[in-house]
Design a protein around this ligand. Sequence first.
Ligand SMILES: [Zn+2]
Length: 212
Amino acid sequence: MQGVRGSSPLSSTKSRKSACCPRHADFFVCRAPGAVTGIAASRSAARRGAHSNNGRMVAMCTCAPAGPRHPNQRLPSPAGSPRPVPAVRCPCNSGDTLEACCGRFLDAPAGTRFAPTAGALMRSRYTAFATGNAAYLLRTWHPDTRPGSVGLDPGQQWYRLDILDTVRGGPLDHDGIVAFRAHFRAGGARDSLLETSRFVRIGRQWLYVDAL
Ligand SMILES: [Zn+2]
């Protein structure tokens, strides 16, 4: 695991040298069964279960881990803190989480992160419809065809997107076409929208132009 140096476990005490933070780089953490987890100032102290530092009991280190953290590594939650919120699937049905898929474009400050392809922009705009993000819809709309405002119907629930076909729209293309079917519920009934959309790339940013 990253952030741990000198990890040669002592078989008898299960203590190990831990670099949980620069301040505690030379301390030992005792993990003996039944022991109160703490930081010992020396290997022998850890062996005795003496979790003290200069005669003062020290608590489990709560410093930030040293070095980069693996994306899948979770930090321990402080006692009494809310449980972590489970990852939300992206509404565009990519199979990724919202954060890893369209969320990284929708949540980024304007002008800082762009969908790399016309298809990715199509997905992110669908997700913007599904999550009620009118600001993202407007800023990814070509200025020549962009309306003054976007009215989103809160009674319309978008629940599925099928990408049917994509023509060009790659990172090196200047234009692209994406055909899709977007499914929604409204007034207790299910319906869908079938559309073929045109996109153009200006600089690093793909923009929605119109529907064919
Ligand atoms: Zn997505």
